[in-house]
Design a binder for this molecule. Structure first.
Ligand code: GUN
Ligand code: ZN
Length: 434
């Protein structure tokens, strides 16, 4: 039973765009968060809970729910910051060769452990993850997540064409692997299975149909894929699927759009696509760091939200250049700034941090488990310094109100500011021990 004394910030209701009013968030400075032996939040209070609790004096630090990264690739840490290509060249030059090594279960086990420890060391306690086409890569990820108690949504990547040797499956073998992995891992501990279509170009129509049948057979399964990221990719999908109205429509036609679908990017969608996403209850994972790095384009978050589509935020490492959700959100602000004032509103810290915690949890239908500092939810928590040096320290000192303070933190902080991470009440990262 631990009690943490810090500045508590979370986001029970969805903030409105452009509103910086502190009423939009729940700010409980100088409060105690109590964690029970069951790993759940037991209470939040202003008063000292007394000596029967192990009391942690973290006054002057920020305590928030752990971040949820809704799109990230476990085998791509070594692909980050690869020079000089856009998506399709980047895949063939850097990414596919790196993923081939994960056929080896020992590589997949060591890589998964490194990857999950890195997430925890960046303040991310839950993630929706692409491993590789190899069954062993999904096994290794679920094993490593179970050891750490983390909430992970993942599945073996499906790709039966337009990929090099060693990275292709086939419909029957892939279906067998999926069924087996679902039986072994879906709903076991905090693991959930996602039918994982890499993207339309690397699956035959027969494989997409198989993926759709898996989703129909069990509506508790997730679905993850990429959509409308890059203009050459969109053109290629148009050639491969001439009868579909749009890229998104390829997935809709295969039965892959539903309330547990997580589609990364969604930059090059039109109003009909957004209406279809809204209708299905599917979410877009906005990946600003990746979109800037790969020159993919500027995702219009306000327009997507206005269509009623849920938007979460994701690092998309290794297209993205950092696992830090603050860096990702800072890039998200800059993307929205580039879209211009006419496109909607500037990205407030409230909208951004809600999307990376409570909003993502709800979009994943996990609002009862993660994303808030609320009694009964699991204690997936991160403790942050407001500043770590004289420069951001100075910026914090001159902040005049809560939004200015938190916005400056979001734009200027990163994993160096992370002091501790707890997963289900167990400490899993400590900076001074790292
Ligand atoms: N589209 C298909 N595969 C990938 C990938 O690994 N990363 C990104 N960013 N886009 C993709
Ligand atoms: Zn991706």
């Amino acid at each position: 039973m631990i009690a943490i004394h810090a500045d508590l910030l979370d986001f029970p209701s969805a903030p409105h765009w452009g509103v910086t009013d502190p009423q939009a968030v729940r700010w409980r400075p100088d409060h105690w968060l109590l964690v029970g032996d069951d790993g759940r939040i037991a209470g939040v209070q202003a008063a000292d809970p007394g000596p029967e609790w192990i009391r942690e004096d973290q006054r002057g630090r920020l305590l928030m729910p752990g971040f949820v990264d809704t799109h990230v690739h476990s085998p791509q840490l070594g692909v980050m910051a690869s020079f000089g290509t856009e998506l399709l060249d980047w895949l063939h030059t850097y990414t596919f060769p790196a993923e081939r090594a994960w056929a080896d279960p020992a590589v997949a086990a060591a890589g998964s452990a490194l990857f999950l420890d890195a997430l925890l060391a960046h303040g991310t306690t839950a993630a929706v993850v692409f491993p590789t086409v190899h069954k062993a890569s999904a096994e290794a990820l679920f094993e490593a997540a179970s050891e750490r108690g983390m909430r992970i949504v993942a599945g073996k990547v499906l790709m039966d064409r337009h990929a090099p040797d060693g990275l292709r499956d086939d419909v029957a073998g892939a279906e067998r692997d999926c069924v087996d992995l679902i039986q072994r891992w879906h709903g076991r501990g905090r693991n959930a299975y996602a039918v994982t279509v890499r993207f339309a170009p690397t699956s035959t129509p027969a494989q997409l149909a198989m993926a759709g049948a898996l989703c129909r057979a069990d509506p508790t399964l997730y679905l993850q894929t990429h959509v409308a990221e890059n203009r050459d990719e969109v053109r290629w999908v148009g050639e491969l699927f001439p009868r579909s109205r749009s890229y998104l429509d390829v997935y809709a036609g295969a039965g892959l759009l539903h309330a547990r679908s997580v589609l990364a990017h969604g930059i090059w969608l039109d109003a009909a696509d957004r209406a279809a996403l809204h209708e299905a209850g599917a979410q877009i994972a906005f990946c600003p760091s990746s979109n800037l790095f790969l020159g993919s384009g500027l995702f219009d978050w306000p327009a997507t939200a206005a269509a009623g589509v849920q938007v979460s935020v994701a690092s998309d490492v290794g297209g993205g250049t950092s696992l830090s959700m603050q860096r990702t959100l800072a890039d998200g602000y800059k993307v929205q700034a580039l879209l211009g004032k006419d496109s909607g509103h500037d990205l407030t810290a409230w909208v951004a941090l809600h999307a990376a915690t409570r909003g993502a949890a709800q979009a994943l239908q996990l609002g009862h488990e993660i994303g808030l500092l609320e009694p009964g939810l699991l204690a997936d928590l991160c403790l942050w310094d407001w500043s770590v040096g004289p420069v951001d320290g100075q910026r914090q000192r001159v902040a005049r109100d809560l939004h200015e303070k938190v916005f400056a933190w979001m734009l200027l902080s990163d994993e160096r500011h992370l002091v501790r991470t707890w997963v289900a009440g167990r400490q899993r990262y400590e900076r001074d021990r790292a």
